[in-house]
Structure formats: structure tokens, C-alpha cells
Design a protein around this ligand. Sequence first.
Ligand code: ADP
Ligand code: MG
Length: 323
Amino acid sequence: MGQGSSEFDLIARYFSLGVPSVWDSQGIGDDCAIVKIGDTSVAITVDTVALGTHFLLDADPYTVGRKALAVNLSDLAAAGATPRAFFLAISLPDADETWLKRFSLGLKEEASRYGCALLGGDTTRTTSVGTNAAPTTMTITAMGEGKVLRTREGARVGDDIWVSGTLGDAYAALKMRWGHWSEKVTDYLASRMDTPTPRVDLGLALTGLASASADVSDGFLADLGHILKRSGVGAKLNADAFARSGDLQRLSQAKQYEAILTGGDDYELVWTAPKSAREQIRALATADCPLSLVGEVVSEGFLVEDAHGQAVHFDRKGFDHFG
Ligand code: ADP
Ligand code: MG
């Protein structure tokens, strides 16, 4: 891959086709496309996951089924949409029915939890390259609806920056499973990596409160960065203001910052909101889902400090498939 060919460069270069839509829509660049139909809006999102890229090759198919749908529901949550339907295109090297049975169970549980019906899809065999079978891939298109849906655009100077949950847990689990970090993965951290909770209810509750939002899939700084770029603003963050799980707190400070700020795979929500919404937003926190006020929208720049006002440094910004 040549220099400057990030995932986002590729999209800008080759997938900005310039063909206008006759539908009333905001165009590429948000977690969901939002199409206004009559007095309702439909949010549409598509995500592909592959064994070996998004999942360890030996991942439990039950969790693969749950997470394949959960990552799409998370995009709907970012838009503040109520999930309604999804389509599943799956490519398999062979029809391993033991694998498919558990995959289907996970998919079904996630779909029924959020009332999201499977309305169609496609099933194909992956072609092998030489003697290597191509990996199983799943592409899910999910759709939701709402009267007023949100995008990544709309953050205003002076807005608070909020995030849900305890970031970094899934990333810590992955680093431990890969053996990059020597600590042993705990059941809790593993569950945050394998079965993330799409914040659908929170996404709905933020309607009328949040000015812009995204879900945290590629890493907090990267996903907040999408909001800032699209809104034309900057941010000042306090890296010590993020709620952290007990298991994450047992790691070194440097690992905690890396996991929280750059990790990704959290499927939490990051959003901006006017200060006047603070108390209403605080009231939405639950025992399972703390909400952290982590910074402020400023006119430009990107500053991350600790609680003592010292700059926090980090090597990576987030996950990029071609970065
Ligand atoms: P998400 O992580 O929420 O799925 P991304 O940040 O990866 O979204 O993608 C940024 C934007 O680019 C989204 O609006 C997405 O729909 C769009 N996008 C990504 N890949 C393509 C593509 N191949 N063609 C057109 N649009 C794309
Ligand atoms: Mg997203």
C-alpha cells in the first residue's frame, strides 16, 4: 500500500463517485446514511467482518454471530435510530454445520434482544487461493428508524465531550490474547471483546441532547476525530476523566492510556452536547454503563492532558485497515 493510502484516503479517492442521490440524504461520512422518507428517517449501515481480521480464527462462533450484528447495531445507536431490520451476506469456505449452528444462535439472540429482523441476504462459498481457503466473511446491512436522527456533524465550540462505558477493555483483551501484553486475560475483559453491548437505548435517549455522535469502533481519538473533522472544530481532553474497569486499572498507566484512547472495538458511544444538557445526560448513566465527561469542544487543535494538565503522548491514534 503506497504512502497516504489510509482506509479514508481510499474512500475519498475511489468511492466518492459524485452521482447525486434523489433521496434526501447527507452523503458519505457518518456511521449511518440517513434517508428522510416522509416524516420519518431511516438509518442504514453496512459492516463486513472476517475471521482472522476482526475475529481470532478460533473464535467461538456464538460470539461471532452476536458481535457481527452488534457492530452494526452500534452504528444505528450512534445515529439514535431504533433497529428494525438487517440483511446478512455470508461467504463460507465450507458448510460447517457445527460452526453455523452456534453462529446462528448468537445471531438470533442479538437480533431478538434488539427486535431486529433478518429480512434477506446472500450465501456463497469463498473461493480458495491455491491451497489456502479464503476466510469466512460476513457483511451485514442494518436499518433503523427515528423521527430525528444524528450524524457526526453538529458539534459546537463549548460543547461537552462525553463517552459511554469503560473504554479499553476489548483492546486489553486482544493484546493479552496476542501475547503482546504479558497479563492473563480475565473473563471480564474477554467478554468485553467477544460480546460488546451496542448502546441502542442510550443512543435513543440522547435524542435532543447530543449535538453530534459516533460509535467507538476504531479507537476513541480516531472516532472523536471523525466528529471534529466533520463539524470543523477541535477538542481539549482530560485522559484521566474516562471511567475505567477494575481490570484495566490493574495495568500500567501507559497501557491504560493506550487502551482507552486508541484501542477501539469498544462499541461505546462518543458524543458532544451543550453544557445545558449536563444534568439530563448524567441521569442516563447506569451501573453497567457509566457516562464520562471527558473534554470540551474548542475552535481548533487537539489537546490531550492528564488530570494535572500534563500532555499525554501516544504512538498510535486508532485502527486503520490500510494504515
Ligand atoms: P463505521 O466505522 O462507522 O462503519 P467508517 O468510519 O469506517 O464507518 O467509514 C467512514 C465513512 O465512509 C462511512 O460513512 C462509510 O459509510 C463510508 N465508507 C466506507 N467504505 C466505503 C466504500 N467502500 N464506499 C463508500 N463509502 C464507504
Ligand atoms: Mg461507526
